[in-house]
Design a protein around this ligand. Structure first.
Ligand SMILES: [Zn+2]
Ligand SMILES: [Zn+2]
Length: 159
């Protein structure tokens, strides 16, 4: 892709607060934070999400990487080529583990959040995106919660 497009995507990702450690003609390398590693279930030595693209695919792909170069498993980020739309998907991916709004479920727990909660907060409903490893809301706890998809969040929040 052209250099201007690459730097526009990298800038847009940076505006969400993520650190782009490298951006060149075939890839953009974004540094994982501790929270992003947790939601993406990265291994301890996987420190980057790499965004790549090829002429004949439907949109950018992404994958976890140890060195910012090798990406063992690639997944489709989404069918966008617009830098702002791609950056929004990257931000959602890093916060929730999923690039698609319709794949992200928000939960509103019936009990107040405790101090051990590690789940990212969901906006605008002020619920959470449950983290599988959260000691309060993780897979093993199965607390009672009300669920909705991220793409419906606005209507829930308006109630
Ligand atoms: Zn939690
Ligand atoms: Zn919501």
């Amino acid at each position: 892709m052209p250099e201007t497009w690459v730097s526009a995507v990298a800038d847009a990702i940076g505006k969400f607060g993520w650190s782009v450690s490298d951006a060149h003609e075939s890839a953009i390398v974004v540094e994982l934070t501790a929270d992003a590693s947790r939601v993406l279930q990265a291994d301890d030595d996987e420190r980057f999400v790499v965004l790549g693209w090829a002429e004949d695919t439907e949109g950018p792909h992404y994958g976890l990487s140890r060195d910012g170069i090798q990406v063992p498993i690639l997944c489709l980020l989404g069918p966008d080529t617009d830098p702002a739309a791609i950056a929004a998907r990257v931000d959602r991916l890093m916060r929730t583990g999923q690039p698609e709004a319709r794949l992200v479920r928000h939960a509103i727990p019936y009990a107040a959040l405790g101090s051990r909660c590690v789940c990212p907060t969901a906006h605008p409903c002020l619920g959470i995106v449950p983290n599988a490893h959260c000691p309060e809301h993780g897979d093993r706890q199965a607390p009672t919660m009300e669920w909705h998809w991220e793409e419906n969040c606005g209507t829930v929040a308006a109630r």
